[in-house]
Design a protein around this ligand. Sequence first.
Ligand SMILES: C[S@@+](CC[C@H](N)C(=O)[O-])C[C@H]1O[C@@H](n2cnc3c(N)ncnc32)[C@H](O)[C@@H]1O
Length: 199
Amino acid sequence: MNTVSDKVKSYYRYHALIYDATRWLFLFNRKKAIEKLSIQPSDTVLDFGCGTGLNFKYIMQRSKNLTGIDFSNDMLDKAKKKFPGVRLVETDIVSGKIGITADKIICTYALSLIDDYENAVINMKNHLRSSGMLVLLDFSKLYGALKFAYPLLDWWLKHHKVNAEIPYEKILKKYFRNVNVETFHSGYNVIATASYPLE
Ligand SMILES: C[S@@+](CC[C@H](N)C(=O)[O-])C[C@H]1O[C@@H](n2cnc3c(N)ncnc32)[C@H](O)[C@@H]1O
């Protein structure tokens, strides 16, 4: 059966080969998103949808207690070669049980690839301590000066199986006490910060 997950995995089988060489061109703001987490040296950190581990070096400057999660073994193989000391778990963001309760969770440019993004948020929330924080970085909808370019960007994002219209604030407010959603570059990017998970 060729499910959406199969298609995404198959896409990353090939894109794993060129991922690190190409993504700096259009995946912005990862450092800014990691700074929002205020990671402390003692923090346990989970990177959901970690891919080839492009966040790892910035996270590990702050805490070494890091686990990367992804369902693409091709992407994880790249991460493993670059960061042999990082624990990696091959599983689905929506349903995977990591067996770790984290202080901080990051998910960059992965939620937008998941049809069932609400259950992905719930699963990540269920891996957080009561004082924990989740940061999401992804694409969103262009506005203002760049609004005219949205149909083209939307076409390009859909071609790459990306949903840039997730209602971050609405979803996160259902599951977290404190939520802050900021957009950057006329909406090209969104960083959503959610802390104090609700029961
Ligand atoms: C665009 S890449 C982002 C990788 C990394 N977070 C980054 O910022 O460079 C998306 C990653 O999410 C992973 N992914 C997508 N849907 C997933 C799911 N349901 N469960 C686990 N991983 C998933 C893909 O395999 C891919 O490695």
